[in-house]
Design a protein around this ligand. Structure first.
Ligand SMILES: [Zn+2]
Length: 134
């Protein structure tokens, strides 16, 4: 089986993937105040390259979802169906992730969710997932 595909860590996305506990940090533009997801080199609204990292609320609401029965990578075949979700964060941005630790009835638009970090073996990367908020 292929190894798990992982994000390439750069100086621009490192603070997003190397976090403490279940926290969620996003970039904020120092010029127009735009809160940004996913990590970038410049603001996607005004192209200002001076961005600062900010801890934001880990809470959000499922905006939409899709169950994936045929993942694009062999590593995920054991996990099907995967539940891909678009989460409208309380802080603003729309984030694409996976729903974990859920019951079938949680898979619906409007479910309140909370960010959950999962460590990746042999790395210091913590991937972002969401689980139903209790
Ligand atoms: Zn901006």
């Amino acid at each position: 089986m292929d190894a798990r595909p992982l994000p390439k860590i750069t100086k621009y996305n490192e603070p997003f993937f190397k976090v403490e506990s279940d926290e969620l940090k996003l970039q904020r533009c120092t010029s127009c105040d735009n809160l940004i997801y996913f990590p970038r080199v410049a603001c996607n609204r005004c192209l200002n390259a001076e961005l600062k990292w900010e801890k934001v609320s880990p809470l959000g609401t499922i905006y939409t979802y899709s169950k994936v029965h045929r993942p694009q990578h062999e590593f995920f075949f054991k996990d099907v169906p995967l539940v891909l979700i678009a989460v409208k964060l309380d802080a603003g941005p729309l984030v694409i992730s996976n729903l974990i630790n859920y019951k079938p009835e949680d898979i619906k638009i409007g479910t309140r969710v909370k960010a959950r970090r999962e460590s990746v073996e042999k790395t210091d990367i913590k991937l972002l997932y969401f689980e139903p908020a209790k």
